[in-house]
Design a protein around this ligand. Structure first.
Ligand code: B12
Ligand code: SF4
Ligand code: SF4
Length: 319
């Protein structure tokens, strides 16, 4: 995430990013899939109790939001042009050095929760943010009051204690950073805390009481696809590079590449074999063993670590 330092104050000064910007239109797009049944938070929390199941963060089970939101913001800009005539504008979603949560909070789209994400009483936090920078001075909308109160459920639920204080995140400990943004080895002292989360993490949002009010998306784009939900770790670990690329086409997971995919799943397999009942770990052990001579040193090291998690055979607990 070194780009944050490189961009310096451009991040906080929209007119330095796009010359002539006078206002920013902020938008949210809900991503809870259309057909999600009530009780979905319990279902998602249960997945974390099945060590052999791979858990991909909810935002990444469908189409890559960057494309969907950008296209829709562009369409909105085109409609405004059709209504009022040409004006200078540029759309963003996570695509440039823009402080999206801060802009959204200041414009009243929600308040920043103690987990640092934006949330709203009527929508929880399961939405993406995007912006249109424009060269017209519009009346400002006002921020809204925060409603976290004395709650600290997200802080308590974070598996790696990444929320080091209310509204303060140590990204180096966040599973989302470790499994998506981080390119190197996952720090050994954090590996067991990742559990079966192989891409991103939703825990701080799953426990948030306001996500009872999370809105279903109106779009088919975020329907789960590519066989990424409810899959066995061993099954996903067996995907070749070609299969990985084919299955993740149009999905944000593709960005991390096959090597980081295997790294993440190796950690989850290590965590699963450590907890598994005698005998039930053999498929996972076999899957790991088949990757012991993978060309990537990163993958090999994580596989070797995972195999070291297999419980010792003892007289009390024979193999
Ligand atoms: C880097 C990043 C991450 C990092 C760091 C997260 C973080 N909390 O900072 C990692 C990889 C860990 C991450 C994880 C996730 N992310 Co992320 N991430 C981003 C990204 C690209 C930049 C955020 C950022 O700048 N962080 C740095 C901190 C320092 O900035 P900040 O949080 O805005 O807050 C500070 C400033 O605003 C500053 N500030 C306040 N006032 C002022 C005034 C001035 C003048 C200045 C200079 C500064 C300033 O003080 C604040 C506190 O330090 C944004 C997209 C974007 N371009 O904004 C998405 C974004 C925040 N992520 C998003 C999502 C969905 C996630 C995950 C939920 C994904 C997942 N399920 O795995 C997790 C959630 C983890 C969590 N609890 O935050 C969404 C959040 C939507 C929402 N409802 O809020 C965003 C907005 C992407 C999007 N377009 O939708 N993410
Ligand atoms: S995404 Fe997961 S690891 Fe990151 S702060 Fe939230 S609960 Fe903690
Ligand atoms: S879990 Fe509680 S403290 Fe955390 S964001 Fe939600 S309401 Fe705020």
């Amino acid at each position: 995430m070194g780009y944050m330092v490189q961009h310096g104050l451009k991040r906080a000064r929209p007119a330095e990013l796009v010359a002539g910007t006078l206002s920013v239109l902020t938008a949210r797009m809900d991503y809870l899939p259309r057909g999600t049944a009530d009780g979905w938070r319990t279902v998602e929390l249960q997945r974390l109790r099945h060590p052999g199941e791979a858990v991909v963060s909810m935002y990444a089970r469908g189409r890559d939001y960057h494309k969907v939101l950008r296209a829709r913001l562009q369409q909105l800009s085109d409609r405004i042009v059709a209504a009022i005539g040409p004006f200078g504008h540029r759309v963003f979603t996570d695509s440039a050095p823009v402080l999206e949560v801060e802009l959204a909070a200041r414009s009243g789209l929600g308040w920043r929760g103690k987990h640092t994400l934006l949330l709203h009483r009527d929508a929880g936090s399961l939405f993406f943010l995007g912006e249109i920078f424009i060269d017209m001075a519009l009346p400002l909308s006002a921020p809204i009051k925060g409603h976290c109160g004395t709650c600290s459920a997200c802080i308590a639920a974070c598996p790696t204690q990444a929320i080091v204080a209310p509204y303060r995140l140590d990204a180096r400990r966040c599973i989302s950073y470790l499994t998506i943004e981080h390119a190197g080895p996952i720090p050994p002292d954090l590996r067991s805390l990742l559990g079966n989360r192989i891409y991103g993490c939703d825990d701080c949002q799953l426990v948030c009481p306001w996500n009872k009010f999370a809105q279903r998306s109106a779009l088919p784009d975020f329907d789960p696809r590519g066989g990424l939900t409810g899959q066995d770790l061993a099954h996903l670990f067996a995907w070749s590079q070609e299969e990985f690329l084919r299955r993740t086409e149009g999905n944000p997971i593709r960005r991390i590449g096959h090597q980081a995919w295997l790294r993440n799943i190796a950690v989850a397999l290590g965590n699963a074999v450590r907890q598994s009942k005698v005998g039930s770990e053999s498929a996972m052990k076999n899957a790991l063993t088949l990757r012991l001579d993978h060309p990537s040193a990163l993958v090999r090291e994580h596989v070797a670590w995972a195999l070291r998690q297999v419980p010792e055979c003892t007289a009390a607990s024979p193999c």
